[in-house]
Design a protein around this ligand. Structure first.
Ligand code: NDP
Length: 255
């Protein structure tokens, strides 16, 4: 049987564990699958997607940074999971069409539940306003968070995301005050990829607060180390990766 083709597409993409995860699942299920990590720059994403539609060899892509919003914009069809946040982390290819889904949000909620964190009624702060943050914000709203504040390095991007959901927003310069009163702080920035935390040194966390980093490499990211030292309950991104990946697998293969 000819192996089916799938990929994780992003820039950078070398850090992604998706190829190992999908290879593991394919082997366990006896399904021939050629799964690649495709580094595609942002300016090249549109053309690469056009070519992929025509090629007709792809089952689907896991879309990672920085392409999630563009993937939702360029898709031929939007599943409601991608429509609400305006960001897609999965593209399914069917009959020359690309269908956008978002499994980040549900993967995030499932990982929170597994860690024992309760979003219902929580005052949440989301750091970051990119594609992953959009899925997280939509999920937190769905799960009944009492309040979600979006803070981003570039405040205009925070404004754009927050307005979609009628939420408050700001720059990272207001993060220390906001974090001090939050039950749940989610780092959905890519700051950790460059070895940093988006929070200023000395940031105080509320007692019992959860600090969730979407980044999963290294296990203890700078943000998580900072949160742990400040007495918060840290939770890394590996649980979310496995859960949104499993949802993507089901979309690709049905079971
Ligand atoms: P995007 O490129 O769409 O967005 C990146 C975000 O990070 C923007 O808000 C950007 O701010 C911010 N940012 C980048 N560098 C810095 C910095 N040095 N300091 C502060 N903010 C910074 O990426 P995604 O939203 O797709 O991914 C974000 C992170 O989440 C990545 O680390 C990714 O690996 C992780 N992730 C993990 C998942 C999991 O399963 N565990 C799933 C999805 C994502 P600005 O707008 O100012 O540029």
């Amino acid at each position: 049987m000819k192996p089916l083709r799938a990929a994780v597409v992003g820039d950078p993409v070398e850090h992604s564990l998706s190829p190992r995860l999908f290879a593991h699942w394919a082997q366990g299920r006896g399904r021939p699958l050629a799964y690649e990590a495709l580094r595609v720059t942002h300016p090249d994403f549109r053309e690469t997607l056009t070519y992929a539609r025509e090629e007709g060899v792809w089952v689907g892509w896991n879309v990672t940074l920085p392409h999630k919003e563009l993937a939702a914009q360029l898709a031929d069809e939007l599943d409601p999971t991608a429509e609400q946040p305006g960001a897609a982390n999965v593209l399914l290819f069917r009959d020359g069409r690309a269908i956008a889904h978002n499994t980040d949000g549900q993967g995030f909620l499932d990982a929170l539940a597994a860690a024992g964190a309760e979003p219902f009624g929580a005052r949440a702060v989301v750091l970051g306003a990119g594609g992953a943050a959009a899925g997280v914000v939509a999920a937190l709203r769905r799960a009944g968070a009492a309040d979600v504040l979006v803070l981003n390095r570039t405040p205009e991007k925070a404004a754009r995301l927050a307005r979609r959901f009628g939420l408050a927003y700001g720059g990272l310069d207001s993060a220390a005050d906001a974090v001090a009163g939050a039950d749940l702080v989610v780092n959905a920035t890519a700051a950790g990829l460059a070895g940093g935390s988006p929070l200023p040194a000395g940031t105080v966390f509320k007692e019992g607060a959860w600090a969730v980093d979407l980044l999963y490499r290294p296990r203890e990211t700078p943000f998580l180390a900072q949160a742990r030292a400040a007495g918060a309950r840290p939770s890394g991104g590996l649980g979310m990766l496995v859960r949104h990946g499993a949802l993507a697998w089901r979309l690709f293969f049905g079971a």
